[in-house]
Design a protein around this ligand. Structure first.
Ligand code: PXG
Ligand code: PLP
Length: 441
């Protein structure tokens, strides 16, 4: 009652990806955060099982990041990035490049994952054009792919709810690979599922249909996060790489979720041993302390554009806030922490215990699949008859009420904690979910 009385006016804010009316009738407000925990506005400690929205990989309010941002805000709040620069922007690009797979050492800064995706798609088109193949404009995404909310991202994305309202305005030259999710073949896989590599061969069919000479790029999340933790089948990404290389098509890994330790390596490209031509990132690059994103680009791709025929400005693209000084400071401090604390190694070491804890939910009420990789797990529930998503939504609410933050999409619960988590907290997360599952109808 008191908490309700202290609430701010909720009417003006149009909340993103939120059931606004429902939320405002029953608000969930967070007030502060430290390490593995949020504190809710009504003063409860909430264990962060999702690293915010898959982004606070080093844990909340890290002193070094906070002070780096504060220092930079006092020294130079903003610097134009078009035809001018500042040293931290170059240092941040060098630090990002140093964590990318060999060869992807040219870095374009953005402010979000959505901007990174649209930037990467534009780089792909500019690359082919600079090489005299301007007819390569088609982009291939995948069903159940999430690539943010820009027009490019929703066009290559494969989520119908994010597309249908805008269907008349999507990019015209797009096609989609089939998704790889199949419970009959792959339920309860630990790590990569054994079945499904052949689905990458669908790319050959799509290429035969449109002709390789019209296709600029294939974009996939190496592990699809938002649509429910879809782990790539063994051999699948390798096959995509082989086919794209054979046809001169660029391969873009959208690593907005997977980069910076989620799988126990700097990138999913490292983890799977498959090197794309471009990697999009955001979230973990700045530990989400300041909005930041980037695209890492293979040097040949960069050089084809920057050393290509276009005089003057080589690439007509950029954001007011590309390499914002506060973002550059946050990125440098964040990447320092990842290295100093070996957080990717920590995630790798904990992934076995995490896997076992996640799979302990096999047999719990409503559970029809548990899947995992690195420090991410998806727990799929049987939908309630006639009310898809209702059961997971209730699990989310009950977890929140009892001090645990999880994510849900459809009837899938996702767990992706900060990499600073310990084994006891891992146990706590899955025990708590197990308890809640017994309480929901
Ligand atoms: N690509 C991928 C692979 C993503 O996961 C984006 C692009 C877009 O990033 P921005 O920064 O523009 O939101 C994302 C973002 C969820 C959830 O709960 C996932 C994302 C964002 C918010 C919620 O699954 N992914
Ligand atoms: N709209 C207008 C009218 C602008 O002037 C600008 C940038 O100058 C933008 C959009 C793009 O904003 P941003 O660079 O922050 O993405």
């Amino acid at each position: 009652m008191n908490a309700r009385a202290q609430l701010p006016d909720l009417s003006h804010l149009w909340m993103p990806f939120t059931a606004n009316k429902q939320f405002k009738a029953q608000p969930r407000l967070l007030a502060s955060a430290k390490g593995m925990y949020y504190t809710s506005a009504d003063g409860r400690q909430i264990l962060d099982g999702t690293a915010g929205l898959w982004c606070v990989n080093a844990g909340h309010c890290r002193e070094e990041i906070v002070s780096a941002i504060a220092r930079q805000a006092g020294e130079m709040d903003y610097a134009p990035g078009f035809q001018l620069g500042h040293p931290l922007a170059f240092e941040a690009a060098t630090a990002v490049a140093g964590l990318m797979p060999a060869g992807l050492d040219r870095v374009f800064f953005t402010n979000s994952g959505s901007e990174s995706v649209d930037t990467a798609l534009k780089i792909a088109l500019a690359y082919h054009r600079a090489r005299g193949e301007g007819q390569r404009t088609r982009l291939i995404g995948r069903e159940r792919g999430y690539h943010g909310v820009g027009f490019g991202g929703i066009s290559v994305g494969g989520i119908s709810t994010n597309r249908k309202t805008f269907s008349g305005a999507l990019l015209p030259a797009v096609d989609h690979l089939p998704h790889t999710h199949n419970l009959e073949k792959n339920a309860y896989s630990k790590g990569q599922p054994a079945w499904g590599a052949h689905l990458a061969e669908e790319l050959e069919r799509i290429i035969a249909l449109h002709d390789a000479s019209t296709i600029a790029a294939v974009v996939v999340e190496p592990m699809a996060g938002s649509t429910g933790v879809l782990v790539p089948p063994v051999g699948y990404l390798e096959k995509l790489r082989e086919i794209t290389a054979k046809h001169g098509i660029l391969l873009i890994f959208d690593e907005v979720i997977t980069a910076y330790g989620r799988l126990g390596e700097a990138t999913a490209a490292h983890y799977f041993g498959v090197t794309p031509d471009l990697i999009t990132m955001a979230k973990g690059v700045s530990n989400a302390a300041i909005p930041a994103g980037a695209v890492a680009v293979k040097r040949e791709v960069h050089d084809a554009i920057v050393n290509g025929p276009q005089g003057g400005i080589e690439f007509f693209h950029g954001y007011t806030y590309s390499a914002h000084p506060l973002a550059a400071a946050a990125i440098l401090a964040t990447l320092d922490i990842y290295r100093r604390d070996d957080l990717f190694g920590r995630a790798r070491k904990l992934s076995g215990a995490f896997q076992e804890a996640a799979h302990s939910l096999k047999g719990a009420p409503h559970v029809i699949d548990v899947r995992n990789i690195g420090l991410v797990a998806g727990i799929e529930l049987a939908p309630r008859a006639g009310a898809p998503g209702a059961r997971a939504s209730e699990v989310f609410q009950k977890c929140f009420d009892s001090g645990l933050m999880v994510r849900y999409t459809g009837d899938i619960i996702a767990v992706s904690p900060p990499l600073i988590i310990d084994e006891a907290q891992i146990g706590q997360i899955f025990d708590q979910i197990g308890k809640v599952l017994k309480e929901v109808a």
